[in-house]
Write a protein that binds this ligand. Structure first.
Ligand code: GDP
Ligand code: MG
Length: 810
């Protein structure tokens, strides 16, 4: 609780002093240090200041100051100990308080702040033994991830935040990070800096310095910095920036232990490098800042934020802080002064010479323009960074660090060669997924075939046997066999993401994407959609432009996710096994083409707004660590297996029950009269134009929960409804090849109707999780429902057109 809440006569132990700079220092100098016991002597509700006893002194503290001191009381300690099984039975009351106070004062809240792609998540994972996603493109981490771990007797609460280039209030990420720093007030900000890209990374550092918060810098990618042959005097830079700097390599964990030792040192106030510096913006700007700052100080703004930070941000026309200031400064004098300062600055600032050029690039005139204070502050910060680097950094002009990257990029981002390279990469991906994945799939299939036979032969005829063989083994087995394919697909996607190729693919697609109202950055989420639509929709958060982002979300369901693989393979191997590769590639391509068309359509008619161009980052290629790639792959595999044990198992049982009951001795009659058949026959009329009978209709309906269920439902529906099922169980490997389900499907469907079904499955509504994801990310049910409606409509139209035209031609 807060010191200000301590009633007269009560006492507690100080565990934390919040606030900034001189303000915090004053409280500490009065004796409110972590670990000391404080007793409230006189705390009357309306009285200010409050009187306290610390050690043997009496001090009085303003109420607003006392609100900055966090304490723990005996009552709180007892409650915490009682509720926490880790704290062993501690009897003596003073021991309890001591224990909890010790625990609290040894808890360090650390927030990771840095540019996108500088290695924050890699450091987070190593420190917190976590398995969060890393990737070699910006925007992998989209919300905060918290890791709790013990180190050297301290409990760390480590928070991984989204990457940002600055702390202005332009993008959601920037606002998010700033809000976290200001509101959660972490003890230490761990500023992660990409050592191979210092100038841009240190710009953010200068903004953090303005905030007057306690910082430690991780100089990450230190391996690359060393390899480049550049020289950096870390000691010197550390002195210039007023914070300790620890070199780290997030890929292999080097320096991470030192980093956290340093954090402890800084937390305990033992570090000698920590010193509050000001980023010098030059005399002119500094004068403006100081004037406004004094005004802020006089208006009592000093308690929550650093007044310097607030002054700078107000001069930068920061909307959010403007509002904050306006709320507290009712007479408006602060903002009035800000306007006056900005106006004067612009009037008195030197003239900037700007070349004016015509379309062909010829200089037509030299124009003079005055600089506004906002951009002057940005320039001054860059000047500060360059100045600092000039003193301690020498670039190796012959650096070969990014030569390889440049060489590869010359090919893969080439204006023409880039596209075929991309197509080849995609082709290899799908070839391996389907053709190479065929082998382990066949093994698993024989395993399940054998299992079904074995169970079938030892059990006697009856509902239980049917449940096991036709329901569970057939249903779950029909989907589980695709695990290898899905792992291979994810292996490729992970490799593309981690190596940096995905960012290039997005880059070359940029132009094409713009034409359809999307952005190159839409491309990474779209490719991710081949794996699973849900993370793909979350990944759209990297798209700053709202319109492009919404459009991307709406068309991601056209990207055929891996859950649709099982039913594709079943249908394709039943009817088109000679052309399998073409049919599958064609399906994926058709999905992409539909995405393009839909995006174009929506951007014209439904989603309004301008789409803005913005910069795409091309990070240097990095050989992904095998560990990371395998981990990503395995995590997906695990999720898939989990789905098998839950949704697919449940759905298989339900579908089996619906098709088994009401029972009838005649298999054929039973199939025709089962509940499943009733449902199927009810929706069949609507599906007949697409060429689907009740079995197909009901399988598609079942797929709404999860797309894999289409395959498992087919396995169950066709097995329980087919006369020859029993006979087929004995020799399901016919000369035409293919599995048992494919056999059953082949006997009950025409090729035309199967092809029509493939189209329908590709296009029709996404699974429930995807719909919820669209709702969450777009913020409106409207868009989620819109997606459902348009996908179903589109699937129906395409399948119907295909089937009807096909029927006429064949
Ligand atoms: P974040 O966006 O800041 O969270 O960065 P990530 O942790 O996702 O890392 C971005 C990329 O840089 C990944 O490919 C990492 O494997 C790689 N990476 C991270 N730290 C290092 C490092 O110290 N050295 C090198 N060479 N690569 C690193
Ligand atoms: Mg990250």
């Amino acid at each position: 609780m807060l010191l200000s809440d301590l009633q007269s006569g009560e006492s507690g132990v100080v565990v934390r002093v919040a606030g900034h700079g001189a303000f915090r220092k004053r409280i500490i100098e009065m004796g409110f240090i972590k670990g000391v016991t404080v007793q409230a002597i006189l705390n009357a509700p309306l009285k200010d200041p409050i009187k306290y006893r610390i050690m043997n002194f009496e001090v009085s503290l303003r109420r607003s100051d006392a609100e900055k001191v966090e304490i723990v009381t005996l009552a709180e300690a007892e409650k915490e100990i009682a509720s926490h099984k880790d704290f062993r039975a501690i009897d003596a009351p003073e021991k309890k308080l001591e224990h909890i106070a010790e625990h609290r004062t040894h808890t360090i809240n650390v927030a990771l702040v840095g540019n996108p792609n500088c290695g924050k998540t890699s450091i987070f994972n190593i420190a917190a033994h976590a398995h969060e996603r890393v990737g070699n493109y910006s925007g992998v981490t989209v919300d905060e991830k918290v890791g709790v771990f013990q180190y050297e007797g301290y409990t760390f609460n480590l928070v991984d935040l989204p990457g940002t280039y600055s702390l202005s209030a332009y993008s959601p990420e920037e606002l998010y990070v700033r809000k976290h720093i200001l509101e959660k007030d972490p003890d230490i900000i761990l500023n992660v800096v990409d050592g191979s890209n210092l100038e841009r990374n240190l710009y953010l550092t200068t903004q953090l310095i303005d905030m007057d918060i306690t910082m430690v810098m991780a100089l990450n990618m230190y391996d690359e910095l060393q390899r480049s042959g550049d020289h950096l005097d870390i000691e010197q830079l550390s002195t210039l920036l007023g914070m300790p700097i620890v070199p780290t390599t997030g890929r292999n964990g080097q320096g991470i232990a030192d980093l956290f030792n340093k954090i402890i040192e800084v937390f305990e106030g033992r570090d000698t490098k920590t010193r509050h510096i000001h980023v010098n913006h030059g005399p002119e700007l500094e004068r403006c800042i100081t004037t406004l700052r004094t005004e802020l100080y006089e208006h009592g703004f000093s308690d929550r934020l650093s007044t310097r930070f607030l002054a700078i941000k107000l001069l930068e026309n920061d909307r959010q802080l403007e509002q904050y200031a306006a709320e507290r400064d009712t007479d408006g004098s602060v903002l009035a002064m800000r306007n006056q300062i900005a106006e004067e600055y612009k009037r008195s600032s030197g003239h900037l010479l700007v070349d004016n050029r015509d379309d062909s690039g010829h200089k037509v005139a030299v124009e003079q323009s005055r600089q506004d204070i906002e951009s002057a502050i940005t320039d001054a910060k860059y000047a500060f960074v360059r100045g600092a680097l000039a003193e301690c950094y020498t670039k190796n002009e012959k650096s070969t660090l990014h030569q390889l990257t440049d060489k590869i990029d010359a090919v893969v981002t080439h204006r023409w060669i880039g596209y075929p390279v991309f197509l080849i990469v995609m082709f290899i991906t799908f070839f391996c997924t389907f053709a190479v994945g065929q082998y382990p799939m066949d093994w698993l299939e024989s395993l399940f075939g054998w299992l079904g036979d074995a169970v079938g032969s030892v059990m006697s005829e009856g509902p239980l046997r049917s449940l096991l063989v036709d329901g569970i083994i057939a249903g779950v087995g029909s989907v589980l066999v695709f695990l290898p394919n899905i792992l291979i697909l994810y292996l490729f996607i992970s490799f593309m993401e981690d190596s940096g190729y995905m960012a290039r693919a997005a880059f070359i697609m940029d132009k094409l994407m713009h034409r359809m109202g999307l952005h190159g950055k839409s491309f990474i989420p779209m490719i991710m959609g081949f794996g699973c639509n849900v993370p793909a929709i979350m990944a759209t958060r990297t798209i700053e432009d709202r319109k492009s982002r919404l459009l991307t979300m709406l068309v991601i369901p056209m990207m055929s996710c891996s859950a649709r693989i099982p039913v594709y393979v079943i249908l394709v191997s039943a009817f088109f096994s000679q052309y399998a590769a073409y049919v599958l590639t064609g399906l994926y391509l058709l999905g992409m083409v539909m995405a393009v068309l839909m995006a174009k359509l929506f951007s014209r008619f439904f989603v309004k707004g301008e789409s803005l161009p913005f910069v795409m980052e091309l990070p240097p290629y990095r050989m992904p660590t095998a560990k990371a790639v395998l981990r990503h792959t395995w995590e997906k595999g695990k999720e898939y297996l989990k789905k098998m044990g839950t949704i697919i198992l449940g759905a298989s049982i339900i579908v089996w029950a619906l098709s088994y009951f009401p029972t009838n001795d005649n298999r054929q009659l039973q199939a025709e009269n089962s509940y499943m058949a009733k449902i199927g026959k009810t929706i069949e009329p609507a599906m007949r134009p697409c060429g689907f009978d009740w079995r197909q209709s009901v399988s598609l309906l079942a797929g709404i929960g999860a797309k894999e269920v289409v395959a498992s439902t087919m396995a169950v529906v066709y097995a329980t409804s087919d006369d020859e099922a029993v006979a087929l169980e004995e020799d399901f490997e016919s000369e035409e090849g293919g599995s048992r389900i494919s056999e059953l499907v082949r006997d009950n469907m025409t090729p035309l109707s199967a092809a029509s079904m493939l189209l329908f499955i590709l296009l029709y509504m996404p699974c429930i999780s995807t719909i919820v994801a669209i709702k969450n990310e777009s913020g409106k049910w409207k868009w989620a429902l819109f997606t459902v409606a348009y996908t179903i409509g589109l699937a129906w139209l395409v399948a119907t057109a295909f089937f009807q035209i096909g029927s006429l031609l064949l």
